[in-house]
Design a protein around this ligand. Structure first.
Ligand code: NCD
Length: 318
């Protein structure tokens, strides 16, 4: 087993071996999650705190379920209504929490880099559940597991990531991961939604769905992330759907067995046609949600093992 990291802050600094270790263990947890008794004690006795400074439904629920299935004591902090609103800084909140001896801290924050900063201040393992437009490592891992299971491999695939790339941490983490596993990544979207410096990312860039989707194995759609936009990036949603929204007609140029993905929450009729999103022969969106719980169980299990190893010298109580 190669995974030696203390935190899971992003995909950028993981090796392909780390990624394989995480995905192999996650596959084992997919099986556990399909049983009647979905429980083991990998995190028994440990405390997991979820701090979500941004709204989240599926990611927070997924981390909570993952921790509970592994026997951790899980606490969700209501950060929207917290002392942050009273002016406390992120670091003060972190230090207060740290004094309560959590073992695993799951953090989502609207600012890129905030989770890395927090990880420097606490004694526990930190998992990034999405920071600004920077990284969302468990999303890329669950996407990878979904692709691997649908396609039978995770290398030498052609994958189109489409839509609002500029504001997307999902796109960034996926580009790192899919590149490390030797896939061809294409980015498809209007120039206004392409990040600066994209030419250096080792990807192919397309401004047109008919060209960008030609012969791809995987089509990954992204939401228009208006909460991160500070101006008009598209003329109108109607125009955007017409040019970049995925429907059965646009999908025709992809491979016959191409799969359709979306991290959620999706806006039907804006970036994806609702009927296509529900088509179980093409869409793996529900599988992504299922893989999410397993990937988070694997990530927390591996970090907890490393945490225990690092604590061992003074950790023996007599
Ligand atoms: C993504 C996120 O929060 O970055 N969603 C998620 O984690 N399920 C994508 C998005 O919000 O569009």
């Amino acid at each position: 087993m190669t995974f030696r990291a203390k935190h899971l802050l992003g995909i950028e600094h993981l090796s392909s071996e780390d990624i394989k270790t995480l995905l192999d263990l996650a596959a084992h947890y997919v099986d556990l999650n399909r049983r009647d008794i979905k429980h083991n004690d990998a995190l028994a006795g440990l405390t997991q705190v979820n701090m979500f400074f941004e709204n989240s439904t599926r990611t927070q629920a997924s981390f909570e379920l993952a921790g509970k299935r592994l026997g951790a004591d899980v606490m969700n902090m209501a950060m929207q209504a917290s002392s942050i609103k009273k002016g406390e800084t992120l670091i003060d909140t972190a230090l207060t929490l740290n004094a309560m001896h959590p073992d695993l801290l799951v953090v989502r924050h609207p600012q890129s880099g905030a989770v890395n900063l927090l990880a420097e201040k606490v004694n526990c393992a930190v998992l990034n559940a999405g920071d600004g437009r920077h990284e969302h490592p468990t999303q890329a891992l669950l996407d990878a597991l979904t692709i691997q299971r649908a396609k039978g491999r995770l290398h030498r695939l052609s994958i189109a990531i489409c839509g609002d790339i500029a504001h997307s941490r999902v796109a960034r983490s996926n580009i790192f991961l899919l590149g490390k596993m030797e896939n061809r990544v294409r980015l498809v979207g209007p120039p206004t939604l392409m990040p600066a410096g994209v030419a250096d990312w080792g990807v192919e860039v397309y401004g047109d769905m008919a060209e960008g989707l030609r012969d791809v194995d995987v089509v990954m759609m992204l939401r228009l992330q208006r909460e991160r936009m500070d101006g008009a990036f598209i003329p109108s949603e109607r125009e955007y759907y017409h040019r970049f929204g995925l429907d059965a007609a646009k999908l025709k140029v992809a491979k016959d067995d191409a799969i359709v993905m979306h991290p959620g929450p999706m806006n039907r009729g804006v970036e994806i046609d609702g009927t296509l999103a529900d088509d179980i022969n093409r869409s793996v969106i529900q599988e992504q949600v299922e893989m999410g719980v397993a990937v988070r169980m694997a990530a927390m299990d591996l970090l907890a093992r490393n945490l225990r190893t690092s604590r061992q010298p003074e950790g023996v109580l007599v």
